[in-house]
Design a binder for this molecule. Structure first.
Ligand code: NAP
Ligand code: F7E
Length: 351
């Protein structure tokens, strides 16, 4: 059918890519996703959505490509001719970016440029979404909004500042519908296992299941504005449906320390004082740390009608319920209740 919208997603197998795929399929889109070749399957987060492309009516297609490889990007964009591109692919781990700065910048900064150049050369009227990050602010002035100056404190943050700026430049110089979502930390049961919230909820489930005795962490004093990923995906979609391309801060407006998240999570799981289980390993410290991030999403509230519903306390409960299930434990259940109450018309699968 000609009137079916086509979306291309980079980073489709990541946390956000998997939720976005569910949202777009629920809206009738044909979804194309770029995956990196690997010797094993790395598509666990979207396996529940995948159908053999030989089956009639399939609307999800996975294609091999890499953000460091211009030819694969140009080929996919010119062949698929998408209406919208959601650029979520990245080396997204801040501490890893200190270990692999060149790879991080190549993938995140130049990867963004490669896509924008492919759009420009194609002359197709493609809308482009760039996954920018609160890390670009470096936490100097809190709360931050769309007018706060950037002060990146990691190779990851520097790479995202370039991605943000080049997106804005292609909008202004070439009239491309290119928009930045400046997203604060957003988490879910599908969050990568080495990000701190998931490391904590997974660690708690493993301790409960008798698989681990201790959980090793870094800086517990850092504060982050933690939200629930599916809500952020709705904002992402909405940003590309606006009449004009624009940049938006997406955040809850509340901040909590890693220690605060630990306290809530251990208490909810019935393990009591986290200090019995948590040890500090300086390996997890960063050469330069962002101490506090709090976002001001007033513009998103006014223009997109977007406001978060889930706070960090509820987030911890949702994630612990899911990790308990994953390790064969009976979840406390409050997290599942929150999901039912706040999202009666969920478009994503509960993990
Ligand atoms: P994620 O789970 O780490 O997913 C990143 C995806 O990018 C993965 O699917 C990964 O592929 C893919 N990727 C990495 N290097 C690639 C390359 N060279 N070529 C092609 N694909 C590559 O990240 P996320 O949490 O979903 O975040 C989505 C985007 O939002 C990222 O750009 C991130 O930097 C940004 N962001 C995230 C947050 C957050 O709190 N989650 C906040 C602000 C901004 P594999 O599946 O093969 O590993
Ligand atoms: O760290 C501290 C750590 O790695 C959060 C990415 O999605 O959000 C994410 O970046 C805080 C930091 O997320 C451990 O030092 C303590 O202060 O979960 P994280 P992040 O660095 O904020 C932004 C918005 C993005 O754009 C990124 O893509 O927690 N922390 N102990 C630890 N962090 C980790 N990972 N592991 C620890 O053991």
């Amino acid at each position: 059918m000609d009137n079916v919208k086509k979306a291309l997603i980079t980073g489709i197998a990541g946390q956000d890519g998997s939720y976005l795929t569910e949202l777009l399929l629920s809206k009738g889109y044909e979804v194309y996703g770029i995956i990196r070749w690997d010797s094993i399957f790395t598509t666990q987060r979207i396996d529940h959505l995948y159908q053999d492309p030989h089956i009639k009516g399939t609307r999800l297609f996975l294609k091999h490509g890499d953000l460091t490889d211009s030819a694969s990007i140009i080929k996919l964009i010119t062949e698929i001719k998408p209406d919208e591109i959601y650029h979520l692919g990245a080396q997204s781990h801040v501490r890893v970016s200190f270990e692999m700065p060149e790879y991080t910048v190549n993938t995140n900064a130049l990867g963004t440029l490669r896509i924008l150049e492919a759009i420009r050369i194609s002359k197709l009227p493609i809308k482009f979404y760039m996954a920018a990050s609160s890390e670009m602010f470096g936490g100097i002035n809190s709360p931050q909004n769309e007018n706060t100056p950037f002060c990146p404190k990691s190779p990851y943050a520097c790479s995202k500042v370039f991605g943000y700026d080049i997106t804005k430049l292609y909008r202004e110089a070439y009239g491309i519908f290119a928009a930045n979502g400046i997203f604060y930390n957003h988490e879910s049961p599908r969050r990568g296992d080495t990000f701190v919230t998931k490391k904590i909820t997974r660690g708690i489930a493993r301790i409960k299941a008798g698989l681990d005795k201790k959980l090793y962490l870094g800086n517990l004093d850092a504060k982050r504005d933690w939200g629930f990923a599916p809500e952020y995906i709705e904002a992402m979609y909405s940003i590309l449906q606006q009449p004009k391309p624009d940049d938006f801060v997406i955040a809850t407006g509340e901040s909590c320390s890693v220690k605060g998240f630990l306290e809530k999570a251990f208490d909810y799981a019935g393990l009591g004082d986290y200090q019995q289980y948590v040890e500090i390993d300086p390996y997890y410290y960063r050469p330069s740390e962002v101490n506090v991030l709090i976002g001001d999403s007033s513009k998103a509230k006014e223009k997109l009608g977007w406001k978060s519903k889930i706070n960090f306390n509820e987030l911890a409960k949702i994630m612990i319920d899911a990790d308990f299930r994953k390790y064969g434990l009976t979840p406390p259940g409050e997290g599942d209740g929150i999901l039912k109450e706040k999202f009666p018309n969920r478009w994503w699968k509960v993990d």
